[in-house]
Design a protein. Structure first.
Lengths: 291, 281
C-alpha cells in the first residue's frame, strides 16, 4: 500500500517535466525522422510518403556535402583548440600568476557576452584595410586581406570567434577539477623530485580525464550548435564557404520552406551527434579514471 | 579561489619558468579582452574616431542615445527580461519536482524515464527547430514570448543537477520532518530546497545567461517588435539600418550585453563558482 503511494507520488512529480520534455524534445526527434520520409506539403498539396527520395537528394546535393565538409573542418579546428586553450587557461589561473583575478575575468568574459553581439565586434576586426587583424599584419609588411570575403579564409575566421567564445567556458570545468585535486598529491611529486611536465603528464592530466570527456562532448555539441555569429558575420557566404549544417537546415526550412528536406538534414545531424557522442564515450571511457 | 598573497622575496630569485608563464597568461588575457575593450572605445567616442585610437579624443554618450532612439530597444529589453524570467521560473518548478522524484522515490519506469531525461543533454531543442516550429504553429503560439520559452522549460540538465544534489541530502532530515507530520511537498520545500540553494543559484545564473544570449530559436519564432528579444533586435538593427557606423553598432552591442556584463563584474566570484559547481558531476 505504502509502495503504491510512492509510485503515484513519483509519477505525479515527474509528469509535468516529462510532458514538456516529450512535447519539445522526444516528439520532435521522432517527427523529424518520420517526416524525412515524406515530401513537403505545399499549399493544398498534402505531404506524401516518398521513401528514401529525400536521402537520394542528399547524395547529389553539392551544398550539403560542402556544408558537411565545412562542419567537419569547423569541428576539427574548434574542438581541440578550445580544449587545449581551456586547459592552459585553467592551469595558469590555478597557478601563481600576477593579477590572477583579472586574467580569470578576461578569459571568462566571452562566456557571458551574446555571440550575436560580439560577432559585430569581430566583423570590425576582420575589416580589410583598417581592421585590427589587417593593422597588425601591415606592421609585419603583409598585404591587406578580406578575411570574411575570401572563401579560403572565411571558415577559419569564424572558427577563431567560436574558439574565443568557448575556451573560457571550458576553463571553468578544468578549474573546478584542478581545485579538487588534493594538494598532497602534487607535494608528494615534488618530494620525489618529479619534473613539472612529468607531474602534469602522469598525475594531473589523468586525473582530469573525466572533465576532458565532459568538456569534449560539450565541444562536439557546440560545433553543431554554435552558429549565431555566422548570421551576422557572413550569412554562410561567400558561396556557402562558411555555411554549417545547422545554418543550412535553417536556410532550407525557413528561407525556402522545404521542411521535409530540413527534417532530412536534421536527421543526418542527429545521427552524427549520437554516433560521435557514443564513440567518444566508448573511446575515452577506457582512459578515464574515476576517483 | 582566494588569491594567495604575492611574496616578493621568493620572486626576487630569477625564475624564468614563472616569467614565461606570466607573459603567456597575460598575452592570452589581453587578446581575450581586446574585443570588449575595442567595443567600449568606439562606443564612447564620436564615429569619426572609431578607428583612431588617440587617448585625447573627447568622450561621448551620444552613440548610446542615437542607438536607443534608432530601434525599440526598450521593448526588446522588456521582452528579454520577461522571457528569461518565464523560462527560469518554469525550469525551477518543473526540474525541482522531477529531480525530487528521481532522487527519493521508487516507481516503475524510473530508470527509463531518467535516461529519456538525460537524452536532452545531447539532443537539445536548439537543433529541433523544424519540428518545434510546426508544433508552435499547431498550438497557435507563433510570435509569442511563450513560444520562445516552451522548448526550454523542462531542462534535462536542471533535472540531473538537482537530482545529484538532492541525493546528498541526509535521509534522516527527511524522516525527522515526516515525524513532525510534514507532507511530501512540505518536505521538499522545507528540507530539500533550502539545502540546495547554492545549486539553484548556480543553475539560475547559467540559465539566465544562456537564454539572454540565445538567438536562433527566437529568430525563427518571432516576427514582430512586440515579441523580439534583444539578440534578435540587435541583429536586425546591425544588419539593416546602420551600414558601417561602428560606433553606433558597438554602442548597441554594449547596451544589450551590459546587464549581464555588469552583473558578472559585480558577482564575478559567485558567477565563476556557480559555473564551476554546475559542472561538477
Amino acid at each position: 500500500m505504502l509502495q503504491r503511494r510512492a509510485w503515484i507520488y513519483g509519477w505525479l512529480l515527474v509528469s509535468p517535466a516529462l510532458v514538456m520534455l516529450f512535447a519539445f524534445t522526444h516528439y520532435p526527434t521522432i517527427a523529424t525522422i518520420w517526416n524525412s520520409f515524406f515530401s513537403t506539403a505545399r499549399g493544398r498539396r498534402q505531404a506524401v510518403f516518398v521513401g528514401l527520395d529525400n536521402y537520394e537528394r542528399l547524395l547529389t546535393d553539392d551544398i550539403f556535402w560542402q556544408v558537411l565538409w565545412n562542419n567537419f573542418i569547423y569541428a576539427l579546428g574548434t574542438i581541440p583548440a578550445s580544449i587545449i586553450l581551456a586547459l592552459g587557461m585553467a592551469l595558469w589561473v590555478n597557478g601563481k600568476i600576477r593579477g590572477r583575478a583579472f586574467v580569470r575575468m578576461a578569459y571568462f568574459t566571452p562566456t557571458v557576452l551574446p555571440l550575436i553581439a560580439v560577432a559585430n565586434i569581430w566583423i570590425f576586426f576582420y575589416t580589410p584595410g583598417f581592421g585590427l587583424v589587417d593593422s597588425v599584419q601591415s606592421l609585419f609588411g603583409l598585404p591587406s586581406q578580406n578575411w570574411l570575403g575570401n572563401p579560403d579564409t572565411v571558415l577559419y575566421a569564424v572558427m577563431v570567434v567560436a574558439i574565443w567564445k568557448e575556451a573560457g567556458f571550458f576553463m571553468i570545468f578544468y578549474l573546478a577539477a584542478l581545485q579538487a585535486i588534493p594538494p598532497s598529491l602534487t607535494e608528494a611529486g615534488k618530494i620525489e623530485g618529479a619534473s613539472r611536465w612529468y607531474m602534469f603528464r602522469r598525475v594531473i592530466f589523468p586525473l582530469l580525464m573525466p572533465t576532458t570527456l565532459f568538456v569534449s562532448i560539450n565541444a562536439v555539441i557546440n560545433s553543431f550548435r554554435l552558429i549565431d555569429h555566422i548570421f551576422v558575420m557572413t550569412n554562410g557566404g561567400p558561396n556557402n564557404a562558411s555555411s554549417l549544417l545547422l545554418f543550412y537546415i535553417y536556410e532550407t526550412a525557413f528561407k525556402f520552406w522545404d521542411t521535409a528536406y530540413g527534417a532530412t538534414l536534421t536527421t543526418v545531424m542527429l545521427v552524427l551527434l549520437c554516433a560521435i557522442a557514443i564513440g567518444q564515450f566508448y573511446f575515452m571511457d577506457r582512459k578515464v579514471h574515476y576517483q | 579561489m582566494s588569491d594567495t598573497p604575492y611574496l616578493p622575496r621568493q620572486a626576487s630569485r630569477i625564475d624564468f619558468d614563472r616569467l614565461l608563464n606570466n607573459v603567456g597568461a597575460w598575452a592570452l588575457a589581453i587578446i581575450w579582452f581586446l574585443p570588449l575593450v575595442y567595443a567600449i572605445w568606439t562606443a564612447f567616442h564620436p564615429s569619426a574616431y572609431s578607428t583612431d585610437f588617440d587617448l585625447t579624443v573627447p568622450l561621448t554618450f551620444e552613440n548610446f542615445v542615437r542607438a536607443w532612439d534608432a530601434a525599440p530597444f526598450a521593448r526588446y529589453f522588456f521582452n528579454t527580461i520577461v522571457l528569461v524570467t518565464l523560462i527560469l521560473v518554469a525550469q525551477l518548478v518543473l526540474c525541482t519536482l522531477a529531480a525530487f522524484a528521481f532522487a527519493r522515490f521508487e516507481f516503475p519506469g524510473k530508470n527509463i524515464l531518467f535516461i529519456l531525461v538525460l537524452m536532452q543533454l545531447l539532443v537539445m531543442p536548439d537543433i529541433l527547430i523544424v519540428e518545434n516550429y510546426k508544433t508552435m504553429g499547431q498550438l497557435g503560439v507563433i510570435d509569442t514570448i511563450t513560444a520562445i520559452g516552451l522548448p526550454y522549460m523542462a531542462s534535462g540538465f536542471g533535472i540531473f543537477l538537482l537530482r545529484q544534489t538532492f541525493k546528498t541530502v541526509p535521509i534522516e532530515l527527511e524522516e525527522a520532518a515526516r515525524v513532525e507530520g510534514a507532507n511530501i511537498l512540505q518536505i521538499l520545500w522545507k528540507v530539500y530546497v533550502p539545502l540546495a540553494m547554492p545549486v539553484y543559484l548556480a543553475y539560475g545564473l547559467v540559465s539566465i545567461s544562456h537564454h539572454w544570449n540565445n538567438y536562433l530559436w527566437p529568430l525563427i519564432v518571432t516576427n514582430s517588435e512586440e515579441t523580439r528579444p534583444l539578440t534578435v533586435g540587435l541583429s536586425i538593427f546591425a544588419s539593416v539600418d546602420q551600414g558601417v557606423d561602428w560606433s553606433l553598432i558597438n554602442a548597441a552591442t554594449l547596451m544589450t550585453s551590459a546587464p549581464l556584463l555588469i552583473a558578472f563584474l559585480l558577482f564575478q566570484r559567485q558567477f565563476v563558482q556557480s559555473f564551476m559547481r554546475s559542472g561538477i558531476k
